[in-house]
Design a protein around this ligand. Sequence first.
Ligand code: ADP
Length: 430
Amino acid sequence: MKKPTIKTVTRPPGRAKNHDEGGNLYRLLIDRVQDYAIFALDEDGYILTWNAGAERLKGYKPGEIIGRHFSVFYPPEDVAADKPAHELELAIATGSAEDDGWRVRKDGTRFWANVLITALRDDTGKLRGFAKVTRDLTERRAALEDALDSARRVAAEEVGRVAAESQARELWELAQRLGDQAAELERRSVEADDANRAKSEFLAAMSHELRTPLNAIGGYAQLMEMGIAGPVSDQQRVHLERIQRSQQHLLGIINDILNFSRIEAGHLAYNIGPVVLQEVLEVGAAMIVPQAGEKRIRVKMAQCPPDLIASADRAKVEQILLNLLSNAVKFTPDDGEIELTFGAQSDHVSLAVRDTGIGIPVKQLELIFAPFMQVGRSLASPKEGAGLGLAISRDLARGMRGELTVESREGSGSTFTLTLPRVPARSPKA
Ligand code: ADP
């Protein structure tokens, strides 16, 4: 019985029953293989043979491709890099060259290929050409990339999930901390409010208690001065005047403290109405002229249009103005000058007191509005006043929706400006 042909093909080449039969089968096998492009190149890389697999893979018929150089299968960038030649050189040097990479079909489309080039030598070792086997791995590569893509996606999703979880945890912790801090702030603010209220109430009660005996001191000193309790010598009269001056001074300080503590405690009522600026300026100037005269300080006053009207509590505006003017006299050397001016904008008006006095250092400009602050003087040795006048004045200004500000140059004078909401001028009736 004849043995199946296949056995003949698998026999070791040297042991073929018949050499020709083996050679034919071998060619047949190569020609028919569909899944691999198998072809031969001459020593310079020109195509010598072409099998069915090569036609299927690359799209060329044998007549179109045999005789052409195998670099036609490479993309232009590989040709530019001389890759085909390098692969032949590698095959010559090492026997074979293997490469995975993009190759180009006849129609210009690309496919991902595994290429094995083997150098073919005769018995004497002379190079006769090359065998080239190409496989299309496009699908395998696509599958691999898909798998990689999904792995990356899963990893990214996982990273995102972990990051989101940790972010959520951090946010939660932050919210907790903020909540704690808010609670702590609330607690401290309540404590501070309580302490402030207690302080203001204490100051109010104390000032009130001090005023009664102080008024008595003043009253009795006056009675004595009038000679009601018997004749008074000139020397005694001088002493009685000093007692009265000190009593007045102390009363002023205590009134300031009482005033301030009332504002602080929010017990002050504002009687808001129209206040004609010119009238307040005149009252202020008249009040300060005697004090200023003692130091030969000139008092100038601008004439203000009668329709400039502030919306304010007139008594409090006068109180602020008096404070600013007495400070101006207090801090201006003899023969200086004080000027009262005004200003107007569409929605507010202002009154300013300018002096040619000692001025205020830049660093202290805001501090002087703090309670008990006096430039260049310690709390232990206050001279004239308690350092509350400006604190009270600014609080009063703000209480009327206005503001009190200062501009000053040390050594050349200061300007304090009180700003108040403006009552719009009435348009004349047609
Ligand atoms: P007091 O006048 O009772 O000291 P104030 O609050 O009115 O308190 O003023 C605080 C401080 O601001 C003053 O002690 C003084 O140092 C400074 N000051 C106020 N007005 C003037 C001014 N016109 N020129 C220079 N310094 C001033």
